[in-house]
Design a protein around this ligand. Structure first.
Ligand SMILES: [Zn+2]
Ligand SMILES: [Zn+2]
Length: 458
C-alpha cells in the first residue's frame, strides 16, 4: 500500500455527542469502520449511525466492546453490506451475540407496545449472519485485516467491561490509536486500562471524552464509594426494607453483585438474598467462561449464589419479593419504563422502608433521573400506558461507580501518548470542550461533528 501519511476520518456517530459511535477511517483507497453502535436515547432508524454519508462499502469494521452504543448497529451494517468482515476480542464477540439477540427482542417488544413501524431494525437471522463474519482475537495479538493491502491491528486492554479494547492500527507512515471506552482504575472484577508500550509512536489518537465535564477532584475514591453504598444498603435492610440497585446488564451488574457479596462476607451487610435477572445473568455466564480475563485476584462468585428474579410483570410476584429484606440488582440502569428496575421501583416508591440506589450515569430525561430528583408526593410514571404512582419513598440516592476514566486520567493518556493529532469523541458538548481546552497542548486537535470529514496528517 502507498504511504498513508494523510488519512481521513468521518464521524457517523459519536461526534459532538456520546451517541451511536461509528467512525469511518479512509486511507490508501480503503475504508474501515471503527465501532458501529446505536444511539441509546434515540428510537427507530434515528438510533443508527449516519450510514447515508458512506460513499463506498466499508471493507471491515472493528468493535471495541459490546455496549450497544459501540456494536448495536452491526447486524444492520451486515444487511447493507453483505459479507463485511468484523473484528473484536474473544469475550466481546461472545457478549455481542447475547446483546444483539437481546436487542432484537427488545425492539420487537417496543414495536408491539408503541407501534414503531421501523422496529425491529434487524432480525435474529441478521444477527446470526453478521456474526459469521466476525473474527475474534486476544489482546496484544497482532493480526491483519482481510483486505487487498495488509493492515496490522492490535487490541489493547481498555478496562471498562469484560473484553473492552482500545485499537492500535498501523498503516504505512501513520499509526492510529482509538481508545473506545476506557477505565484506568481497576474495578472489582476488571483490571484497569493498560498503557501502550513506551516505544509505540502514535500519530493520531482518537479518544473518548465521557467524563470531560465532571470535576473529579471532588470525588470520593472507589473504595470509599463502596463503603458509602454498603452503609446505605445495610441501613435499609436493618430497617426491614429492600434495596434496589438499577444497573446496566454488561459490566455494572457483574461488578455490583460481587461487591455486595464481598460486603456480606466481611460481615458488613446482613446475609439477605441478592437477586439478579435475565441479561445480567446471561452475561455473568460469559464472565465465568472468561474468568482468565478478570483481575488476577478478583473473586467471581458462582452465579447460583445469586437468586433469580421472577416475572416482574406480575404484581403479586413483586409484592412477595418485597415482603422480606433483600438486595435487587436489576436492569435498566437508568430505569427506562417497562424494564425490571422500573417495574420493581413502581412498588417500592409507595412505602418508606425501602432504598433505591443508582450506581451509574443517569440521563436527564430518563425515569431514573426524574425519580431521583422528584419531591415526595410527586406522581411518577414507571410503565407505559399505566397511571402514575405517587412517590412516598424518600431514600433515593446516587453513588458514583463510573467505568470511564476521569478527565484527569484522560488528560494523562493524551500527555503520555503525545500524538500529532488528537480527535475528541464520545462526549457531551461541554465534556468535549473541556477536553479540547485542557489536554493535547502542542497537538492538532479536532472535535468532528456528525457527517464531517477531517484530514489527519502524520
Ligand atoms: Zn461502554
Ligand atoms: Zn460508550
Amino acid at each position: 500500500m502507498e504511504s498513508c501519511k494523510r488519512v481521513n476520518l468521518c464521524a457517523l456517530g459519536g461526534g459532538g455527542e456520546v451517541g451511536a459511535n461509528c467512525f469511518e477511517l479512509s486511507f490508501g483507497g480503503h475504508q474501515i469502520l471503527l465501532d458501529c453502535g446505536t444511539h441509546p436515547k434515540k428510537e427507530g432508524e434515528c438510533c443508527l449511525p449516519a450510514f447515508d454519508v458512506l460513499t463506498r462499502a466499508p471493507e471491515a469494521y472493528i468493535i471495541t466492546h459490546a455496549h450497544v452504543d459501540h456494536c448495536g448497529a452491526v447486524p444492520y451494517l451486515a444487511r447493507m453490506f453483505p459479507g463485511v468482515h468484523g473484528y473484536a476480542t474473544r469475550p466481546t464477540a461472545r457478549i455481542m451475540d447475547r446483546m444483539l439477540h437481546n436487542s432484537v427482542s427488545v425492539m420487537e417488544t417496543i414495536a408491539k407496545e408503541r407501534g414503531i413501524a421501523e422496529y425491529p431494525l434487524f432480525e435474529h437471522c441478521d444477527v446470526g449472519y453478521a456474526l459469521r463474519f466476525l473474527e475474534s482475537f486476544e489482546y496484544r495479538e497482532p493480526f491483519f485485516l482481510r483486505m487487498p493491502d495488509p493492515v496490522e491491528v492490535q487490541f489493547i486492554e481498555a478496562g471498562h467491561v469484560l473484553g473492552a479494547a482500545s485499537v492500535l492500527i498501523r498503516l504505512p507512515d501513520h499509526t492510529i490509536f482509538y481508545t473506545g471506552d476506557i477505565c484506568k482504575r481497576p474495578q472489582a472484577l476488571i483490571g484497569g486500562y493498560k498503557a501502550l508500550d513506551k516505544d509505540t509512536q502514535v500519530d493520531t489518537l482518537i479518544i473518548e471524552s465521557t467524563q470531560g465535564a465532571a470535576n473529579d477532584e471532588t470525588y470520593r475514591t472507589y473504595r470509599e464509594e463502596i463503603e458509602h453504598l454498603g452503609d446505605a444498603v445495610r441501613d435499609v435492610l436493618l430497617g426491614g426494607g429492600c434495596a434496589l440497585i438499577p444497573s446496566f446488564a454488561l459490566g455494572r451488574t457483574q461488578e455490583m453483585v460481587n461487591i455486595l457479596a464481598d460486603l456480606q462476607e466481611q460481615g458488613r451487610l446482613p446475609q439477605v438474598p441478592i437477586y439478579t435477572a435475565g441479561m445480567g445473568r446471561a452475561i455473568y455466564e460469559i464472565y465465568q467462561q472468561f474468568s482468565d480475563h478478570l483481575m488476577p485476584h478478583a473473586t467471581l462468585r458462582p452465579l447460583e449464589q445469586f437468586e433469580r428474579l421472577g416475572d416482574m410483570w406480575n404484581p403479586s410476584v413483586v409484592e412477595r419479593l418485597l415482603r422480606r429484606p433483600c438486595i435487587i440488582v436489576a436492569t435498566s440502569g437508568m430505569m427506562v419504563e417497562n424494564t425490571p428496575s422500573a417495574l420493581i421501583a413502581q412498588h417500592m416508591v409507595r412505602e418508606t422502608r425501602h432504598g433505591i440506589f443508582f450506581v451509574g450515569y443517569l440521563d436527564a430525561d430518563t425515569p431514573g433521573h426524574k425519580l431521583l430528583n422528584a419531591p415526595v408526593g410527586a406522581p411518577l410514571q414507571f410503565q407505559l400506558n399505566s397511571p402514575p404512582v405517587e412517590k412516598v419513598l424518600e431514600n433515593i440516592r446516587q453513588f458514583r461507580f463510573s467505568a470511564h476514566a476521569t478527565r484527569s486520567e484522560l488528560a494523562a493518556v493524551v500527555a503520555r501518548i503525545k500524538p500529532k493529532n488528537v480527535v475528541y469523541t464520545h462526549g457531551d458538548p461541554e465534556a468535549l470542550a473541556w477536553m479540547e481546552q485542557n489536554t493535547g497542548a502542542g497537538c492538532n486537535t479536532f472535535v468532528p461533528a456528525i457527517g464531517q470529514t477531517i484530514t489527519l496528517e502524520a
